[in-house]
Design a protein around this ligand. Structure first.
Ligand code: NDP
Ligand code: MG
Length: 330
């Protein structure tokens, strides 16, 4: 795999270009502010009169509606929620693309699953930070950055990769390291990772552990600390030095108990289920289900959100976090 750092990228290909960032949410505010502070000419597009529109204006941006912002831009980065991108692209962006423009994304969903099919005479690139937008912003202000993936789907101008690297540098990504991939690999691994491990797998593991302890009569406060709060401390150890660092740092009792019992939780049947989920990602059936869900009013999404919000671990957790002065309230 090719990887790139600050010295491998030059901001010059973006200097003097008109950049429009469509969407000023988690990723949008971070890309817009970081690029502006890297000397770029950035316009933001948002929904007129919304909170995000106001926030972007307060941050000193010229804010326009998507069509107008797209029409004036050389480089258009779409940082809207994935399920909305096609709607805004069809309505406001497609007709405003000019030959040689660059269309950019932070996740491959809409290009890979052919929701957005750009004309052949533009560049199509991806710069995908491997972290939430607020971290992309915070690390940048601290002089560091979040690692990014870049990918080139269409290289019409012949320098699409230089543009992607310049963008990655402008948001701080090359300070941490940039890896080149393609839209297919980024999209499929990203969706699988968030479903099986990061968001889906970890949340269900935490809830199940909590429920078993509470069912057995233990105080919910203890169950919260054991099953949710301490998760961060363990994940920090993985982040610093992998399984070895985690096992080195916990007690021998925890290490033996974990290694001998863990495989009873994640069994071959769990892995088989993961393989099925990966298939649903690869064959596009997950993407179709999610877009249908969104376009038919998000009833399942709302129900699932409500169930999670009302789970006992959330109630207990909110109370305990209030008592922990070191957890900054957001
Ligand atoms: P958010 O949901 O945080 O932000 C989306 C923004 O789009 C909001 O400010 C919203 O404004 C705005 N918006 C919604 N509808 C419209 C509309 N009709 N017209 C104009 N603006 C609109 O998105 P994310 O930053 O999470 O995601 C953006 C992209 O980045 C996605 O492709 C995602 O996969 C990718 N990504 C996200 C990561 C993350 O950590 N969040 C990590 C890596 C990639 P309003 O508030 O007014 O509704
Ligand atoms: Mg992701």
């Amino acid at each position: 795999m090719n990887s790139y750092y600050d010295n491998d990228a030059s901001l010059d290909v973006l200097k003097g270009k008109k950049i429009s960032i469509i969407g000023y949410g988690s990723q949008g505010h971070a890309h817009a502010l970081n690029l502006k502070e890297s000397g770029m000419d950035v316009t933001v597009a948002e929904q007129k009169g919304g909170d995000a529109w106001k926030a972007a204006e307060e941050a000193g941006f010229v804010v326009k509606e998507a069509a107008e912002a797209a029409a004036q831009a050389d480089v258009i980065m779409i940082l809207l929620p994935d399920q909305i991108q096609k709607i805004i692209y069809d309505k406001a962006i497609a007709a405003n693309l000019q030959e040689g423009n660059t269309l950019a994304f932070a996740h491959g969903f809409n290009i890979h699953f052919k929701q957005i099919v750009p004309p052949k005479n533009v560049n199509v690139i991806m710069i995908a930070p491997k972290g939430p937008g607020h971290l992309v912003r915070r690390t940048f202000t601290e002089g560091a950055g979040v690692p990014c993936l870049i990918a080139i789907e269409q290289d019409y101008t012949g320098n699409a990769k230089d543009v992607a690297l310049a963008w990655a540098k402008g948001i701080g990504g090359t300070r941490a390291g940039v890896i080149e991939t393609n839209f297919k690999n980024e999209t499929e691994t990203d969706l699988f990772g968030e479903q099986a491990v990061l968001c889906g797998g970890s949340a269900e593991l935490i809830k199940a552990g909590f429920e078993v302890l509470v069912e057995a009569g233990y105080p919910p406060e203890l169950a919260f600390f054991e099953c949710m709060h301490e998760m961060k401390l363990i994940v920090d150890l993985y982040y610093e030095g992998g399984l070895s660092r985690m096992n080195f740092s916990v007690s021998d009792t925890a290490e033996y108990g974990g290694m001998s019992r863990g495989p009873r939780i994640i069994t071959e049947s769990t892995k088989n289920e993961m393989r099925k989920m990966l298939k649903e990602v690869q064959d596009g059936s997950f993407a179709k289900e999610w877009l249908d869900e969104y376009n038919s009013g998000q009833k399942n999404m709302d129900r699932l959100r409500k169930e999670n919000r009302e789970h006992q671990i959330e109630v207990v957790g909110a109370k305990l976090r209030n008592m922990m002065s070191w957890i900054k309230k957001k």
